[in-house]
Write a protein that binds this ligand. Sequence first.
Ligand code: ADP
Length: 476
Amino acid sequence: MTFNNLIAGEWVGGNASENRSPSDTNDVVGLYAQGTPDDMRAAIAAAKAAFPAWSRSGILERHAILKKTGDEILARKEELGTLLAREEGKTLPEAIGETIRAAQIFDFFAGECLRLAGESLPSVRPGIGVEITREPIGPIGLITPWNFPIAIPAWKIAPALCYGNTVVLKPAELVPGCAWAIADILHRAGLPKGVFNLVMGKGSVIGQVMLDSPDLAGISFTGSVGTGKRVALSSIEHGRKYQLEMGGKNPFVILDDADLSVAVEASLNSCFFSTGQRCTASSRLIVTEGIHDRFVAALVERLKSVTVDNALKAGTHIGPVVDERQLMQDIDYIDIGRSEGAKLAFGGERLNRETPGFYLQPALFTEASNQMRISREEIFGPVASVIRVKNYEEALSVANDTPFGLSSGIATTSLKHATHFRRNAEAGMVMVNLPTAGVDFHVPFGGRKGSSFGPREQGRYAAEFFTTVKTQYTLA
Ligand code: ADP
């Protein structure tokens, strides 16, 4: 069976491409249609045509469809989690967890449909009333990356539909399966034709058609800095709203007074779980001198007990890298780290497992400086560096010395330092004695500096991007 694109309520076929598992390159997950530029144009036209009616649809209809979608995702969490683990390579428990999160996001926004509120104020001019309302912005393009194949589409689709917008989704080439599953569920949940459209295929071809379209009122993008810049430039050209979530080079600070096991477990999780392929992953462990050697020894010891293997296998802690290109990029950076003078304290070797896949032993560098390329550029793999610092002040300054600002963490038992760090970390999210990655679905997500642009995603803050405000004056 070929999984087709959903355009104007119809499943549209075309050339199909194989989706293979990074855990086992002999495992074909499915054949997925590759959209053409005309498919993308038709999808945008469908979203535009469907907008007037959907923007005026009843809140109960929206609530019911989003609720049904969340319920079905939750009921099928094992099956969809397995699909996710197969196509992306994160471990089955991680993939099921992400699937549950997608269900929770649909459920949250199903609830938000029933809580759309405005404000009513008296005017400064007597006898006049002022009402402030939020309205949908129009047809919206969503461009998503491969690292969270079900949660990121969910956290863009659910608020877009909740607030009355129509959608065209362009998922990442490597993970069409989860996006198709959401499209199928939304379609069967009774969404009117054209309200949600799915076009799978190459970013440089059909994604570009989306960027070049004058008919979209907004684009919400998660992906690389380079593509994010294209989204921004094209959006300025077309005068539309845009929202960007891009890279990170997230610091995790470990102070002398940290609880060693908290610091080690949080570092292991931050740097290496989900194969380090999270924009909130840490790749800079900034460690004060008093605990440095003990911390490094304990983390290396802990890494020895970590199993890298097929994502579907019970007992796997870290799945494969997502594809050959990303694996080569990770290995290149490991070579760069060595040639820059950092010391490889653990791992970094390509591994062979029972099934042919892109397996990489997590790599930990020590004696790194914050000026090295491995400390400045996003690697997006299981590669992290330890940077030794004298004290808290130096740690904070190194933590903030980066072009990015998504997430920032600290391990400490000092209330003074934890409080100071929370106030002074230049990041959208700050974690105390917790991994830099791993966030809730009902609160804002996003960063500063080169990591993000535009309003936050998720929780009620999502309304900032997916609605526009109207101020209405009425003479009583
Ligand atoms: P990564 O390097 O993580 O794959 P990308 O920014 O290339 O990051 O990909 C993120 C998303 O952007 C994917 O869905 C991809 O297909 C899409 N994309 C890539 N190039 C373009 C482009 N020129 N126009 C629109 N979307 C694109």
